[in-house]
Design a protein around this ligand. Structure first.
Ligand code: FAD
Length: 289
């Protein structure tokens, strides 16, 4: 571990981007530190410079825009739970943030940006944001670009946290009305998830299913988006037995489940179907008001 860890706290976005561009390998962006500080304490990382982005006003605030709900990357989990606009427009996100463990410190310090950039399979924010079809804004010395959050799961060339910043998350205005649900299955209260599922459902005027969006987290290395595989459910009667279809899609989408302290792979694969079915059923109920 480096004994000469340096610390920088730039004033604004331009200064941060200039600093990250000029620094050599070993520089690391730090926001709430709820991911990085445990890693540092355990000796798993040895950055040469921490670039603290806590001062950046450009990464703060929650507002409604034409494109959707714009959420600054520095928004902490507690604000996601308590902000009126998030609760009104994106209740799924507010609820998923409330399921995060770690107590008050993590909720008051941990940011949505840090949670996303960590791309941790057991975390709660990405499954919810994927169902909501979120986009992310990335700024680096090369400029600013917006991409689908889903791309972050497969593209490892983004240099987020070293040479690039996640500045905002933009969630398109969800269809109204819609139903939603987030199911998190844990072995015990203080644990990370063994399986989780986020669902969003719309109903057509005739009561049949409109859109069905579903993601599964904590079972594979990356959150899985099952929405395309469930397209056959559109126009189905929501009271019909959908369980077999959902279970088959889950099974086919999880060839290599995780095995860790949260449970063995076969258990995780089985539990993925359970949380998926529960989430879709609860989202249908929620859509009915
Ligand atoms: C005890 C404990 C329990 C936890 N339980 C859960 C849980 O149940 N569910 C869950 O989802 N999470 C959980 N977490 C994780 C925590 O919620 C997230 O890791 C937190 O959101 C991280 O945010 P941060 O701002 O603290 O990130 P940091 O630690 O500051 O940074 C994390 C990573 O993101 C990068 N980064 C941060 N912000 C940006 C940005 N704007 N642009 C580019 N890169 C950036 C950093 O370089 C680093 O690589 C837990 C954490 C702890 C300590």
């Amino acid at each position: 571990m480096s004994l000469r860890l340096q610390y920088a706290r730039p004033r604004d976005l331009d200064q941060t981007i200039g600093l990250l561009d000029g620094l050599s390998a070993g520089a690391m962006v730090i926001a709430g530190g709820q991911e990085l500080m445990p890693h540092l304490n355990y000796g798993r990382i040895s950055p040469s410079v921490f670039v603290d982005i806590g001062n950046l006003k450009e990464l703060q605030g929650i507002s409604a825009t034409d494109e959707g709900i714009s959420i600054g990357a520095l928004t902490v989990h507690r604000d996601l739970q308590t902000n009126a606009l998030i609760n009104e427009s994106l209740p799924l996100l507010a609820y998923a943030a409330a399921q995060i463990g770690g107590g008050r410190q993590v909720h008051n310090r941990g940011t949505i940006g840090g949670n996303i950039v960590a791309v941790h399979p057991l975390y709660d924010i990405i499954p919810a944001l994927l169902v909501l079809e979120a986009q992310i804004e990335i700024v680096s010395a090369a400029g600013s670009r917006v991409s689908n959050l889903g791309d972050l799961l497969t593209d490892t060339s983004h240099q987020l946290g070293t040479h690039a910043l996640l500045t905002r998350i933009v969630v398109p205005h969800p269809p109204q009305p819609h139903g939603w649900a987030y199911e998190k299955l844990k072995i015990s209260d203080g644990c990370y998830a063994s399986a989780n599922a986020a669902a969003m459902v719309t109903l057509r005027p005739d009561g049949k299913l409109g859109a069905v969006r579903l993601t599964i987290g904590a079972v594979t290395e990356q959150t899985i988006d099952l929405t395309p595989a469930l397209s056959d459910l559109v126009a189905e009667d929501p009271d019909a037995d959908l369980n077999d279809t959902i279970a088959e899609v889950c099974k086919a989408s999880i060839p290599e489940p995780l095995s860790d302290q949260q449970g063995h792979g076969e258990y995780r694969r089985a539990m993925a179907s359970v949380v998926a079915r529960r989430a879709v059923a609860a989202a249908v109920e929620s859509a009915r008001g």
